[in-house]
Design a protein around this ligand. Structure first.
Ligand SMILES: C[S@@+](CC[C@H](N)C(=O)[O-])C[C@H]1O[C@@H](n2cnc3c(N)ncnc32)[C@H](O)[C@@H]1O
Length: 278
């Protein structure tokens, strides 16, 4: 049976598609080759829903059509990355935790290492690393550095430019900090202050690949692994912990938990903050 017919048997929805469906396998291989994303490491129902929405928005009849459009450097590939990766974020997302970061966690880490190194993994358009940079500036931590990474090169360009902020980003950011560190530009957008930029280095990184051979005092991986299978999530946690210095802190998202953190050599310190054994 031709690939098109097999995929069309799903009746427009991919929810019941077999893991070994030839057109699905073809898309999976193309995506892996071109982006390093292994679809099998993402939770299947959500991943299929996202593929469904990509087909609908790009007016593609089926997965075979998607596979043939996915080519190096193509517009379709950019579209795919943009729609497959979910870029929702905001400054001080989960404000009480960012306040804890500013009040206790970062000051304590700075006491041990004034040259503090922070990794914001899955940084999207930059709301998270710029929030960290604001905290560092407010604390006068002039020697601290932030590495911010994401898998999506287009969103990283936006993060580097630091101009993708909208009013939504400031819902949780104290007013005086929003006024001090952001300037309105055009179309309801805001630009991050130049004083924040030297603190952040942006780079592309796929969390499903080995972590950089570097050490950090604080690692943020928030609202990224919620889309991964349990197995992939554990592998990512293991890799993130390996980059943490003893006594370093892993900061995860509001709706996330690490089950049995001692498996990874972590101890829960307070909501969303885990410490690596010293
Ligand atoms: C929902 S945003 C979270 C942004 C920020 N951490 C926050 O909590 O507000 C998820 C980000 O993870 C990135 N992402 C998805 N899969 C990834 C992967 N395998 N490796 C690195 N980043 C990934 C997406 O491109 C997206 O920018």
């Amino acid at each position: 049976m031709p690939l098109d017919n097999i995929t069309n048997l799903t009746g427009g929805s991919l929810s019941n598609i077999a893991p070994d469906d030839p057109a699905y396998k073809q898309v999976q291989r193309r995506v892996l080759e071109l982006t390093g994303i292994d679809l099998d490491q993402y939770k299947r129902p959500q991943m299929l829903r996202r593929l469904d929405s990509i087909l609908a928005r790009c007016h593609l009849a089926n997965l075979a059509a998607l596979a043939s459009e996915l080519k190096p450097g193509s517009e379709m590939l950019k579209e795919f990355m943009e729609r497959f990766t979910i870029n929702v974020s905001e400054c001080f997302r989960d404000r009480p935790r960012f306040e804890a970061l500013q009040r206790e966690i970062i000051p304590n880490l700075l006491k041990r290492n004034p040259g503090l190194r922070i990794w914001s993994a899955g940084c999207s358009y930059g709301a998270e690393p710029y929030s960290l940079a604001i905290i560092l500036r407010e604390l006068g931590a002039t020697r601290a550095q932030i590495v911010a990474s994401d898998i999506d090169p287009k969103i990283l360009d936006a993060a580097r430019a630091g101009e993708s902020f909208t009013g939504n980003d400031f819902r949780n950011l104290p007013r005086e900090l929003a006024a001090k560190y952001f300037t309105p530009i055009s179309d309801g957008h805001f630009r991050a202050a130049d004083s924040l930029r030297p603190l952040i280095t942006f780079r592309q990184h796929n969390l499903l690949k080995p972590a950089p051979a570097e050490s950090f005092d604080l690692v943020l991986c928030r609202n990224v692994t919620i889309y991964f299978t349990e197995e992939a999530k554990d592998q990512v946690t293991e890799r993130l912990v390996a980059t943490l210095r003893p006594g370093g802190v892993l900061f995860i998202g509001e709706t996330e938990t690490i089950h049995r953190p001692n498996r990874f050599g972590l101890t829960l310190r307070s909501t969303s903050f885990y410490e690596r054994a010293a």
